[in-house]
Design a protein around this ligand. Structure first.
Ligand code: SF4
Length: 146
């Protein structure tokens, strides 16, 4: 999650915008309410909904519509792990995450983003330090110990 998204959510919360999550809504309702803000697209709306649910523990009736938010980190790690091809579109990545975990596709978001920022680096992934190396196609191919 980017700092900017977190700040947006905090601003909204401080602005008493609790109507966004009033009444334990479905995740689709929360995402749709974010989409009603000017300039907010699908990626920002799902990131904001994910932040509310994951970080602020806002109660929702389901998590089905909280998708993965595709960025460069998520894309790289998801591809290296073998879930999608290197050139997969954002839509394909979103649907792959839905396929893997339909109850909460966005559950992968923060883990992949942090991996991409810390160990699954663009040019030299540090597979020997990665807790997911035993599940990773790239690590299996090149050898995680190398
Ligand atoms: S094992 Fe290596 S390539 Fe796979 S996710 Fe971890 S750091 Fe990335």
């Amino acid at each position: 999650m980017s700092i900017a998204i977190r700040e947006v959510v905090v601003d909204i919360m401080n602005g008493n915008a609790a109507m966004i999550w009033a009444g334990k809504p479905s995740s689709a309702t929360v995402v749709r309410r974010f989409l009603e803000f000017d300039g907010v697209g699908q990626k920002i709306a799902t990131m904001a909904a994910n932040t509310l649910v994951r970080d602020f523990r806002i109660p929702v009736s389901d998590r089905y519509s909280i998708d993965i938010s595709v960025d460069v980190q998520v894309r790289r790690v998801f591809a290296r792990m073998g879930f999608v091809s290197e050139n997969a579109s954002a839509e394909l990545i979103i649907y792959r995450a839905r396929d893997l975990h339909p109850e909460y596709p966005g559950i992968f978001d923060l883990t992949l983003w942090e991996l991409g920022r810390t160990v699954c680096l663009p040019t030299r992934p540090r597979c020997e330090k990665c807790r997911w190396s035993e599940l990773c196609a790239y690590a299996e191919e090149v050898g995680a110990d190398t």
